[in-house]
Design a protein around this ligand. Structure first.
Ligand SMILES: [Zn+2]
Length: 534
């Protein structure tokens, strides 16, 4: 059935549901008192009923599960999607949107800034409709505060955000990490102008270096702790060492001058490279990376809790990697138990006299290291596979047919602006209400254009990656690869095959992300054709 026929004159809209994770709603007393039917499913059912009653056709449903709408650090993905859909007056699939339904407005926003963003999106054109509590919502006048916003808590959040910003700014400056004294560094000494954690403590420094050395040798954290305690060495807070405190000290990026906040490395906003602090550093960057790898490998095989350390366990967020596919490749060698090793493979330079830039990907597991592959061949082959999948996806995407999202809304706003300017010109620009209206119109146009740009930049899969590839940075390429590949298992060379034999792509087992698989199947033929041509 054609879409217009299905719509049958109804208003196209989306519905939004959110299960609260706000602390107040989580408390046991509140939960007992809370009325039944606030779960996501009930909210959607309510919304569908309301939609049917008001002649709205739901073209897409959005929900944020167990998400607080108060904490500004929590990214509500569905909320962001819905803002964009309303601004552009179309969903990502290109379906029209004019209305949005929620059971109560508190489901949608709890902070003033979210409330304003939502209002701007709904009212970007005058046909926008927000339905809550079963009826169309009347927006307050411009002077009134947005209802539903928690002004007191908002203030707390603002303060928290300001503090967070200043911590990050200080980190970007490369000045002292601040906070509590760390083992190995001196405490603050205001009389000498010494900040905490900047200068080495001469007594503890050699011990810290020995700890790093032991960690790099693969000695268990517990054993390192046992030796420290046997020598009567105490932590910076004066306690005995445990395996976990040793591990935390040794995976901390401050060892090599890097800094992490909430598990993410602090990057220089202009270069995108990690900021290197000015404090004394007991380890090199590769040494610290190796310690993190060791920690991860242990956590993965023994289920150790890794949630306290930084950087984020298991994640690759913000970790500097020098090579395109390091971290994507997994070692396919069989272990003693006959299961594949599956350790992440890292890049290593192996200069030869014929090729000083030669490098290989190799298994990083202690005691394995049985799989290695020429980096240039792997990069060339996998890049071609990834780009062909992306190209296929772009051409089969409904968005490909649609122009830039929101183009139609923009066209209409510019048209309105043109008519307005004609009127102002005719009345020689004296009508203050019209001037004010024009100001608001320009603001909406700017907002829409900024959102378009942000979405195109922030979501590489929306942009035309194959043509942008040559200009993309390593980090951008790695991020794009991550959207397509789950991992690639590198199988060892079959027995008897020379290490000088030509590169064999058949030994690379590509595991695509689930939602890419149908596309990958379609583009496999294409990639194979490209293959035979090159
Ligand atoms: Zn291995």
């Amino acid at each position: 059935m054609p879409f217009e026929q299905w719509l049958a004159g109804r208003i196209p809209g989306v519905d939004y549901a959110r299960v609260s994770a706000d602390p107040s709603a989580r408390s046991a007393t509140r939960r007992r008192l809370r009325e039944a039917g606030t779960g996501v499913r009930h909210q959607h059912e309510d919304n569908l009923e309301t939609a049917a009653r008001l002649g709205i056709a739901i073209v897409a449903s959005f929900e944020d599960n167990s998400m607080s709408a108060v904490n500004p650090h929590v990214v509500r993905q569905a909320f962001r999607e819905i803002i964009a859909a309303l601004l552009f007056r179309q969903t990502q699939d290109g379906l029209p949107v004019r209305a949005v339904i929620a059971t109560e407005r508190e489901r949608v926003w709890r902070t003033e800034s979210d409330g304003l963003a939502f209002q701007q999106a709904v009212t970007v054109m005058s046909d926008g409709l927000f339905v809550e509590r079963g009826k169309p919502y009347e927006w307050p006048g411009p002077q009134q505060a947005v209802p539903g916003a928690l002004s007191g808590e908002q203030e707390v959040e603002n303060t928290r955000r300001r503090i967070g910003r200043s911590v990050r700014r200080r980190a970007i400056d490369g000045s002292s990490p601040g906070g509590r004294r760390r083992f190995g560094w001196q405490a603050a000494d205001p009389t000498l102008g010494v900040q905490v954690n900047m200068l080495m403590d001469t007594a503890e420094w050699p011990i810290l270096c020995k700890m790093i050395e032991a960690g790099l040798q693969g000695i268990p954290w517990k054993e390192i702790a046992r030796r420290l305690n046997a020598d009567g060495v105490l932590t910076a807070s004066g306690k005995a060492w445990s395996g976990e405190t040793v591990r935390q000290a040794l995976v901390n990026p401050v060892l090599c001058g890097y800094r992490a906040i909430h598990g993410e490395l602090v990057l220089d906003p202009t270069t995108g490279r990690p900021v290197v602090g000015k404090w004394d550093k007991p380890a090199s960057v590769p040494e610290w990376q190796r310690l993190v790898e060791i920690s991860r490998a242990r956590g993965a095989t023994r289920g150790t809790r890794l949630s306290n350390g930084s950087p984020k366990p298991g994640g690759t967020v913000g970790r500097p990697r020098k090579y395109l596919f390091s971290g994507t490749l997994r070692c396919g060698a069989a272990t003693a138990s006959a299961d594949p090793c599956l350790q992440r493979m890292g890049g290593v330079r192996r200069p030869t006299s014929a090729d000083p830039d030669n490098a290989v990907y190799t298994c990083t597991r202690l005691g394995c290291g049985r799989t290695a592959r020429n980096m240039r061949s792997v990069d060339e082959y996998l890049t071609r596979m990834v780009l062909s999948v992306m190209d296929e996806r772009r051409r089969s995407s409904p968005m490909h047919a649609v122009a830039r999202p929101g183009a139609e809304v923009l066209r209409r706003l510019y048209e309105e602006l043109r008519l307005l300017d004609d009127r102002l010109l005719a009345e020689s620009g004296t009508d203050s209400a019209l001037v004010l209206h024009r100001h608001g119109l320009l603001e909406r146009i700017a907002l829409l254009e900024a959102t378009q740009t942000a979405r195109t930049n922030g979501e590489p899969e929306q942009a035309c990656i194959p043509s942008a590839w040559p200009d993309m940075s390593l980090a951008e390429r790695r991020a794009a690869i991550e959207t397509v590949l789950e991992c690639v298992v590198v199988h060892p060379l079959p027995p008897g095959r020379s290490r000088c034999a030509p590169f064999d792509p058949g030994l690379l087992e590509i595991r695509y992300r689930e939602w890419v698989r149908p596309v990958a199947a379609g583009s496999a033929g294409l990639a194979a054709r490209n293959d035979s041509r090159s």
